[in-house]
Design a protein around this ligand. Structure first.
Ligand SMILES: O=C1O[C@H](COP(=O)(O)O)[C@@H](O)[C@H](O)[C@H]1O
Length: 223
């Protein structure tokens, strides 16, 4: 794992967006498309604000989430909503979006269809992950009902319910995240840094982010 510390969050968001754009350009120079998975939650919005205007061939970029909360796009909790508002806009509006949500009561109702749409995108070219202070990443939570499947199974997508998640989730599995050609994790604040350092001493069952730390580049700023 590589750890990059930035002087402040604003600089981190700009520099990380530039780095992701550079990696996407690199992939597009040798492949007909790039598959790019991004997190939801509260952290990545400013990265998306910087990245959406990057000068690259967005029509050949296939964007998806690392995980989704099983709520409609009208919900403030929807990661898709965040993506549409802040990444899939400006030049990036040309990107192809590969959804992890469909209108149905539970993620299990649509799991097979969503997995089928995801499969041609694998292995992912580039993944950006977030992390919660409880050491979950994507929606692979400690104590989740399908934790073993998400960490150790071969399924590409897993439906999850967890004490730390207010709604059902759907998440890329650790197998998919680990196969990505390039993987970045972005975190802000002293609490998350301490959690990340602790995770490095724990098992993935205790701290799911530990499953993807080897080979990842972690980007951190205090605030
Ligand atoms: O619920 C989620 O949490 C993580 C971390 O979110 P943050 O708000 O602490 O940045 C996020 O990476 C994931 O995509 C999201 O669904």
């Amino acid at each position: 794992m590589e750890f990059i510390e930035y002087p402040d969050g604003e600089m981190m968001m700009i520099q990380l967006a530039n780095r992701l754009a550079g990696e996407l350009r690199q992939v597009l120079s040798t492949h007909d498309h790039a598959s790019f998975a991004v997190p939801g939650g509260t952290t990545p919005g400013p990265i998306f604000d910087n990245l959406c205007s990057a000068n690259l061939d967005w029509a050949r970029v296939h964007v998806m989430l690392t995980d989704e909360r099983w709520v409609p796009e009208t919900s403030e909790r929807s990661n898709t909503r965040l993506l549409r508002q802040r990444l899939l806009t400006d030049r990036a509006a040309e990107a192809k979006y590969v959804p992890l949500y469909a209108d149905a009561p539970t993620p299990e109702d649509k799991l097979a269809d969503l997995q089928e749409a995801l499969t041609p995108e694998l292995p992912l070219s580039l993944v950006l992950l977030g992390m919660g202070a409880d050491m979950h990443t994507a929606s692979i939570f400690p104590g989740a009902d399908q934790l073993d499947l998400a960490l150790n199974g071969t399924d590409r997508l897993v439906a999850m319910r967890a004490p730390g998640a207010p709604e059902p989730r759907i998440t890329l599995s650790a197998a998919v995240l680990k196969q990505a050609m390039s993987r970045h994790i972005v975190i802000i604040g002293a609490e998350k840094r301490a959690a990340l350092e602790r995770a490095a001493t724990l098992t993935p069952e205790e701290a799911p982010v530990a499953a993807v730390l080897p080979g990842s580049i972690v980007h951190w700023a205090e605030s």
